[in-house]
Design a protein around this ligand. Structure first.
Ligand SMILES: CC(C)(COP(=O)(O)OP(=O)(O)OC[C@H]1O[C@@H](n2cnc3c(N)ncnc32)[C@H](O)[C@@H]1OP(=O)(O)O)[C@@H](O)C(=O)NCCC(=O)NCCS
Length: 162
């Protein structure tokens, strides 16, 4: 049986992370976003999933401002190597990444993604639609982790995403 571990990225992983993202998305835009988020200091935490010591998955969280306040975060990009998709690894990375959130600091998590996938982790298009963002519904989704979070407002995304 293979051994699966998840840990924070380190610079020695950057090349493998780029490769996994380019393979999973079949383009380089997402790996460019990852580099820009690291360079601009807007990356929050970024983790890799290893299968028997080989990196096969990656997930980053990044800063989002809500009415100018650093109380929100974005989930993404997330990528699983095409040979390992649909085996639950993406779900493991998402649950692990969400467990890193301090809800006192990051009260709502947003993402843009498949509506058939993210609701199982609690994300909702209805919540996403309550906030002003450049992204269309229903793909733009939110997950509230703190009941005190504002119920509306304007979101500011990193330049890398615009
Ligand atoms: C999306 C992704 C991160 C999911 O990770 P995963 O390990 O494959 O997913 P899990 O095994 O945890 O969950 C499986 C579910 O993912 C969903 N899923 C996977 N790929 C999907 C896709 N391209 N479109 C819609 N849903 C997808 C399905 O609901 C699937 O359930 P099913 O097998 O019953 O159909 C991974 O497939 C991937 O890297 N895809 C390419 C890059 C990408 O699209 N990233 C996300 C952008 S929102």
């Amino acid at each position: 049986m293979s051994r699966v571990t998840i840990r924070h990225e380190n610079p020695a992983d950057y090349e493998a992370i780029t490769r996994i993202n380019d393979l999973a998305f079949e383009e380089t835009a997402q790996s460019r976003i990852i580099h820009e988020l690291r360079d601009s200091g807007e990356a929050l935490w970024s983790k890799v999933l290893l299968n028997d010591d080989k990196i096969i998955g990656h997930l980053m969280f990044y800063k989002i401002l809500l009415d100018g306040a650093p109380i929100a975060a974005g989930l993404g990009p997330i990528a699983i190597h095409p040979d390992y998709q649909r085996r639950g690894y993406g779900g493991q990375l998402i649950r692990d990444g969400l467990a890193e959130v301090d809800p006192a600091q990051h009260q709502i998590i947003f993402l843009l993604g498949h509506t058939s996938y993210y609701p199982r982790f609690g994300f909702s298009s209805e919540l996403g639609a309550q906030y002003k963002s450049p992204w269309p519904r229903p793909a733009f989704m939110g997950l509230k982790l703190n009941e005190a979070a504002p119920t509306s407002g304007s979101l500011t995304f990193p330049k890398a995403y615009l």
